[in-house]
Design a binder for this molecule. Structure first.
Ligand SMILES: Nc1nc2c(ncn2[C@@H]2O[C@H](COP(=O)(O)OP(=O)(O)O)[C@@H](O)[C@H]2O)c(=O)[nH]1
Ligand SMILES: [Mg+2]
Length: 360
């Protein structure tokens, strides 16, 4: 799953991308129209604690991809390469500048809500253009021959058109799963879940500032809308943290009154916005997190590990991660009755530890 990092110029997109993916960008960074793609490990304290119990040879986290697509704007959105990259992503992280720095001149006065509205507008205009073109085509085709399929698409696009016309992004439009499927091929930009990331300046009371930023910059309402979220980070501090050892980083964080790095929060929120959850497999060889969409059945979930496990699935020995830790071992958990046997239609829960029994 990919998240596109978008935003106006000079807001800290590339800096954030670098820290998220620990990428060392070289020559390719010179071309502003070239998207950078990188992988970020998804931090998971639950998995780390399971690993402390099993002491495995290997510890494997899940990961998500980030794409630094470059600055957004009406012009960029007319470029085939730019829009191509943007359409491919599953969610958007919109970096909004709040930090002030004389070394990085401001294009306009700091106003997150204005920036958010401007970028949203650009996304919606791009979608409208696509819809209008398709509607024209459909009108012609429907005159030649009416099919229920074409008529349904026409009605849905008309509704999407009106929705955008009322200045609302498609991610806020009510849609049945069938509607969603019908629109999938268009890869509409304003339909993607969005995550507003306020990049705030350094301060001695950073912990408090980070906590209050979303309400201070009046994003509470916008972040509560469907398929949206907001958080604040301090890019500069994150960049310093990225260079430190774990012990130094922990001390540095507490000196700012922080419990965890902003990156951890950011990656976690991205994961949620993408509709993903993790289940675990745990043993002496490997402790591992597996990424699946929320509401996945156990049999399909087994397929995330290996297609053979899905094909030959019998049952899944299942226990919640914290119940396993509490029991101290699978044998104890079985004795206590907290280890359950689940069938193929069981809906896997975030944090389940599973052992798939199979006949393959
Ligand atoms: N003071 C400060 N400067 C930053 C921060 N994030 C990025 N910058 C600087 O702002 C400039 C633009 O950053 P960059 O990540 O390239 O922005 P982009 O155009 O959005 O990709 C660079 O000189 C960065 O060093 C931040 O959090 N605080
Ligand atoms: Mg950049």
């Amino acid at each position: 799953m990919k998240t596109g990092i978008i935003g106006l110029p000079q807001v800290g997109k590339t800096s954030l991308f670098r820290i998220l993916t620990k990428a060392h960008l070289s020559a390719q960074a010179n071309n502003p129209r070239e998207a950078h793609i990188g992988v970020a490990k998804v931090p998971d304290d639950r998995l780390d604690r399971l690993a402390a119990l099993y002491n495995p040879k290997k510890l494997t986290h899940t990961s998500v991809e980030y794409v630094d697509v470059g600055a957004i704007g009406q012009d960029a959105l007319k470029e085939t390469a730019y829009i191509g990259h943007l359409r491919q992503v599953d969610a958007l992280a919109h970096v909004v500048r709040v930090f002030e720095d004389p070394a990085v001149p401001l294009v306009a006065e700091i106003d997150p809500l204005r920036d958010i509205k401007n970028v949203e507008f650009d996304l919606m205009v791009s979608d409208l253009g696509q819809i209008e073109k398709r509607l024209e085509r459909l009108e012609k085709d429907l005159k030649k021959m009416k099919t229920p399929e074409l008529e349904k698409e026409f009605e849905l696009l008309k509704r999407a058109n009106a929705h955008l016309g009322s200045e609302k992004p498609l991610r806020e439009m009510e849609m049945t799963p069938e509607d969603k499927k019908r629109l999938r091929g268009f890869m509409f930009l304003s339909e993607k879940p969005i995550f507003y990331v306020l990049n705030i300046g350094e301060s001695t009371e950073l912990g408090k500032e980070l906590e209050e930023a979303v309400s201070k910059y009046k994003l509470t309402e916008i972040a509560a809308r469907p398929n949206a979220a907001a958080t604040a980070i301090c890019g500069k501090v994150e960049a310093e943290l990225a260079e430190m050892s774990d012990a130094d980083a922990a001390e540095f964080l507490s000196s700012y009154g922080l419990k965890e790095s902003g990156l951890v929060r950011l990656i976690r929120t991205t994961y949620k916005l993408l509709g993903l959850i993790s289940f675990f497999t745990a043993g002496e060889d490997e402790c591992r997190a597996w990424q699946i969409p929320a509401n996945t059945r156990a049999q399909e979930g087994a397929g995330a590990i290996h297609s053979d496990l899905e094909k030959h699935f019998i049952r899944a020995e299942t226990i919640r991660w914290d119940q396993l830790l509490e029991a101290g071992s699978e044998a104890n958990a079985r004795a206590k009755g907290t280890l359950r046997l689940e069938g193929k239609d069981y809906i896997v829960q975030d944090g389940d530890v599973m052992h798939i029994r199979h006949s393959g």
